[in-house]
Design a protein around this ligand. Structure first.
Ligand SMILES: Nc1ncnc2c1ncn2[C@@H]1O[C@H](COP(=O)(O)OP(=O)(O)O)[C@@H](O)[C@H]1O
Ligand SMILES: [Mg+2]
Length: 411
């Protein structure tokens, strides 16, 4: 029989199958992806909430329809209400190319006019040169004039044309379902904004459609919008988020009261996404009741587990977890049998309960990485028990370090 090390452990390449100890949450996440529902994940930090949300996006990938880009276009009738266009991602480039040609056509007269002017200036220069018997200054003069014409053409006509090109508000890659993490976002970041234009109403203003900035809700269109620490969202943000998930579209307008951007309000911008909110139990109190009720009405609430019973299956899952962390990190070697046993002991200890493993796996992952780093620093090829023991000391929190130092001082 081969000795068990993490070398002979296989892990799934699907994120959803890599999540351990959260079977209920995993099953619900699958439903959420399949039925396009909302989800509220409550639980301790580092138990897999972000991972679950990312797994939902990955699941969407398997039966994805099209991935879309969102563009803004000038509105001839009312420039302050830019038009919005949504296109399958692979068509965007072509669309803009054609739009460019259309604009070039509109400026065709100006273009030829400049060609004629170049020509005329050139010949007048030559003519005067010949007339005044080789006086070189006329040639220089005509070259200077042509240069001036060129600059005028470049900075007026061409700039004008480019300013009226569509602006890409949201660009996706054609084979990737968007996963947008908007944790800690300010309202403008969440809902979109209109940049301030200092030249507004001065005649050289930027066309308003160029000033629009998409929000996280728009970038998440047809994908997942994830927001952790939900209580840090302002009530105003939560109210607007509620509107966005009800309407599945949300106009972009200036969010800064003193800015010229408040005069601009786009046509509705699509924002049809799976909303996944997360937080801890205390966060629930600061959640907008209407938003929470909407999620319950059109989705699920799940509490993630903080520990799991110690049994054969769960032990194997934890070993797979070690392997996953090693593969994700890419910088640390495999674990020996003794290292695995020592690691499992620590996972048990950290649960604070008899016959349970902790599921605060972010911190446990930290232990794996520190042990790996120690191993590397010693030029060893496999992580041993000794490395785990040293890692435990190194991975102590500041509070623990302080506590140990003070008990040492007392004795
Ligand atoms: N249930 C889990 N299964 C596997 N790995 C996990 C799990 N929970 C956390 N982890 C590990 O910890 C890291 C942080 O987890 P994360 O999903 O961000 O936790 P949370 O969002 O709940 O704070 C993950 O990238 C993963 O490496
Ligand atoms: Mg997280």
């Amino acid at each position: 029989m081969k000795i068990l090390t993490t070398k002979n452990i296989k892990i799934s390449n699907r994120l959803i199958d890599q999540i351990i100890g959260q079977d209920e949450a995993v099953n619900i996440a699958k439903l959420v992806a399949k039925q396009k529902r909302f989800l509220l994940l409550i639980g301790e930090p580092g138990t897999g909430k972000s991972m679950l949300a990312q797994a939902v996006a990955e699941l969407l990938e398997q039966n994805k329809s099209s991935i879309f880009d969102i563009l803004s276009l000038p509105n001839k009738e009312d420039p302050y209400q830019p038009l919005i266009k949504i296109l399958p991602s692979e068509e965007t480039e072509n669309f803009i190319e054609q739009y460019k040609r259309k604009i070039e056509k509109a400026y065709l007269f100006e273009k030829y006019l400049f060609y004629v002017l170049y020509f005329v200036s050139f010949f007048i220069g030559i003519f005067l040169y010949i007339l005044y018997k080789g006086s070189f200054q006329y040639i220089l003069f005509s070259i200077g004039f042509i240069l001036l014409l060129y600059l005028i053409q470049k900075y007026t006509i061409k700039n004008l044309g480019n300013a009226y090109l569509p602006k890409i508000l949201v660009k996706n890659s054609p084979n990737k379902v968007p996963f947008i993490d908007a944790t800690g976002s300010q309202i403008a970041n969440l809902l979109g904004d209109v940049r301030h234009d200092p030249y507004q109403s001065g005649g050289v203003e930027t066309p308003p459609h160029q000033l629009l900035e998409a929000g996280a809700i728009h970038r998440a269109h047809k994908g997942v919008l994830y927001i952790d620490e939900v209580s840090t969202l302002s009530i105003e943000s939560q109210q607007n988020l509620l509107t966005a998930i009800q309407e599945k579209k949300f106009a972009i307008t200036g969010r800064n009261p003193g800015s010229s951007g408040t005069m601009v309000r786009s046509k509705p911008v699509p924002c049809d996404f799976i909303l996944i909110l997360a937080g801890n139990i205390e966060d629930l109190e600061n959640m907008h009741p209407a938003l929470r009720s909407r999620i319950r009405g059109y989705g699920y609430e799940v509490l993630t587990n903080t520990e799991m019973p110690q049994n054969k299956q769960n032990t194997y899952k934890l070993i797979q977890f070690i392997k996953r962390e090693i593969e994700v990190d890419k910088k640390i070697p495999d674990f020996s049998f003794e290292a695995i046993i020592e690691f499992l002991k620590e996972a048990k200890k950290r649960s604070g309960k008899k016959n349970y493993y902790t599921l605060k796996l972010r911190e446990l992952g930290g232990l794996i990485r520190i042990a790996g780093d120690i191993c590397i620093s010693e030029n060893s090829s496999i992580v041993s028990r000794k490395h785990i023991k040293q890692a435990k000391i190194l991975s102590m929190s500041i509070e623990e370090q302080k506590r140990i130092r003070s008990t040492k001082n007392e004795s």
